[in-house]
Design a protein around this ligand. Structure first.
Ligand SMILES: NC(=O)c1ccc[n+]([C@@H]2O[C@H](COP(=O)([O-])OP(=O)(O)OC[C@H]3O[C@@H](n4cnc5c(N)ncnc54)[C@H](OP(=O)(O)O)[C@@H]3O)[C@@H](O)[C@H]2O)c1
Length: 298
């Protein structure tokens, strides 16, 4: 029997939506390797993974260069994620990647976004180009729109007003389950040599606009959930009034407005090719989370 090679894999964004799933699937799939969660707070992070055996922790902060060297020591593969509040590529990601390189890391798996290659202004595009220009061997994971946006960013309004308000009109989004992204990423990391220097577009099989999704949510929860479209400017100011920062309000506006002019997203079979499985459907996802998203009917 061939003994599996032991690798050290460092996972950034470990406590977030994507990172948690990457860790979950990777620890299951690659028990020969050491999986390391790179986290701001080791004690709180430990509480999030009570039953994961082959996981260790290293202190890490994207905004604290002093921690880079110890975090990157003896690491074979870096799973890199851009946390939503961090967009300064030159100030944050260049020093980070240079330190990774100096510490001998030459493999990076970067969580990007579908369409990143076409939009030179978004940070993911700049980070992809930086990774290539620094000579890393890489895999770019480019997922579509997370189903979990319904259970995170959009949830407070759903629970409070049974409403989703966005500047997206009839624009169609491709819906992907974060669990599917985590599973595909874990497979790609484990079989890095087979897949490197490629980009994978992880999509679900459905392109649906928010009215269709609100209708599905109403059906599953038994509570009427309404979709309201706003123009981008009034949406942006509404978010600001709710206390959301300029940067995040702008990202929310662009993320939901741009698909109106970009046309329908591409649907790929990359998830199937990587895992041999079908991606989660919206109906399956909503059934799974229906207790979480059900507003109390008045
Ligand atoms: N939402 C979508 O539909 C969508 C679609 C495609 C791509 N994406 C991309 O997916 C990424 C977001 O992934 P996500 O949803 O998993 O994010 P998330 O749930 O917000 O998690 C962010 C993670 O980053 C960590 N973090 C934040 N600031 C940090 C810092 N200064 N130093 C160290 N760690 C820090 C957080 O750790 P703490 O626990 O310490 O806070 C957390 O683990 C973004 O790049 C986004 O553009 C999103």
């Amino acid at each position: 029997m061939v003994k599996e090679e032991m690798k050290r894999i460092l996972v950034t964004g470990a406590t977030g939506n994507i990172g948690r799933e990457v860790i979950h699937y990777l620890c299951e799939l690659d028990q020969a390797s050491e999986i390391i969660a790179a986290v701001r707070n080791v004690e709180t992070a430990k509480k999030k993974f009570p039953s994961v055996q082959n996981l260790s922790y290293r202190p890490f902060d994207f905004e604290n260069e002093e921690l880079f060297d110890t975090a990157f020591e003896n690491v074979d593969i870096l799973f890199l994620l851009r946390p939503p509040p961090i967009s300064q590529v030159e100030a944050v990601f260049r020093p980070l990647l240079l330190s990774a390189k100096e510490n001998g890391i030459d493999k990076v798996v970067f969580l990007s976004v579908q369409g990143a290659e076409k939009s030179t202004v978004i940070p993911h595009n700049k980070i992809e180009r930086l990774i290539k220009s620094l000579g890393f061997r890489y895999i770019f994971v480019r997922p579509s729109y997370f189903m979990q946006n319904l259970t995170t960013t959009l949830l407070p309004e759903i629970l409070k007003n049974q409403t989703i308000t966005l500047p997206s009109a009839q624009a169609k989004f491709n819906w992907i389950d974060v669990k599917n992204i985590g599973e595909a990423t874990a497979v790609l990391i484990k079989s890095f040599e087979e897949h490197h220097n490629n980009a994978y577009i992880i999509t679900g099989e459905e392109n649906k606009h928010f009215q269709e999704v609100a209708d599905l949510m109403s059906k599953v929860t038994g509570v009427d959930i309404t979709f309201k479209s706003k123009n981008p400017l009034s949406f942006y100011f509404r978010k600001r009034k709710e206390g959301i920062t300029h940067g995040f309000a702008l990202v929310m506006t662009m993320l939901h407005f741009l698909p109106r002019i970009q046309g329908e997203p591409e649907i790929t079979d990359d998830f199937y090719r990587i895992t041999g499985k079908k991606p989660t459907s919206l109906a399956e996802f909503l059934e799974r989370v229906k207790d979480e998203i059900k507003p109390s009917s008045k």
